[in-house]
Design a binder for this molecule. Structure first.
Ligand code: PRP
Length: 214
């Protein structure tokens, strides 16, 4: 009987999880039952490797990892920054590349240069606050939204937004522009701090295998 402990992975649901599984396949880690799109199962096991995988909402991934319910998480850098959990970020997986930006109509650019008290709509209040308060030293009012952030400056809820830009087409189709860049983003692997010590050999091997195919 294999009594090796399971190494548990929390994957951010959706495209991130699909890309992660593709990458894992390249290093010989497969999970057939997870590929079944119709399944309502939440947890999947690779018995031979003693790996367990589950899908979670992106913002919950760092939570599972911090508490040790998952040893390893795959999640966007945006979520890592926003959640601010005590976890180790160990690897940039190189996919899901995009940028966190301050965006708005062209004429809002001026408002960013004179420390005006403006309103910033965002799904990422911590990232926005850190950027305006600690980097720009500009006092702003942050308005938390849950999606379709580009609407805010169009309907007059805010002057600018702090949001993810990938291709830039959402901005373009709504007459908005990137005014400033906050930081680059991509998918990252995160590790629980205790797991990193207790399962160091398996985790280090996983990281070095992944580095070869990234
Ligand atoms: C994200 C982001 C932008 C868009 C950027 O939204 O918030 O709206 O994608 O992509 P683009 O630069 O390629 O156009 P998402 O589709 O995740 O939905 P949301 O608006 O509900 O956050």
């Amino acid at each position: 009987m294999n009594d090796m402990r399971y190494l548990t992975f929390a994957l951010g649901k959706g495209r991130l999880a699909d890309k992660t599984l593709e990458l894992f396949e390249q290093i010989g880690i497969t999970c057939e039952e997870m590929k079944d799109k119709k399944t309502r199962k939440l947890i999947f096991v690779n018995e031979a490797l003693r790996f367990r995988f589950f899908l979670a909402k992106g913002p919950d991934v760092p939570t599972y990892v911090e508490y040790g319910a998952a040893d390893i998480g795959i999640v966007g850098k945006d979520t890592i920054l926003e959640e601010g959990r005590n976890i180790y970020e160990v690897l940039d997986l190189g996919f899901g590349k995009c940028r966190m930006c301050i965006c708005g109509p062209t004429d809002a650019k001026e408002l960013l240069q004179h420390h005006e008290l403006i309103r910033v709509a965002t799904k990422y209040p911590h990232i926005a606050k850190d950027y305006f308060y600690n980097k720009k030293h500009q006092t702003v009012e942050i308005i938390k939204l849950n999606g379709s952030i580009e609407l805010a400056p169009i309907v007059g809820l805010s002057e600018v937004i702090c949001d993810i830009v990938e291709t830039g087409s959402t901005l373009k189709e709504n007459g908005l522009k990137v005014l400033e860049e906050v930081c680059p983003l991509s998918a990252r692997m995160v590790v629980n701090q205790v797991s990193m010590k207790m399962e160091n050999e398996r985790i280090t091997k996983l990281i070095s295998d992944l580095k070869k195919v990234i």
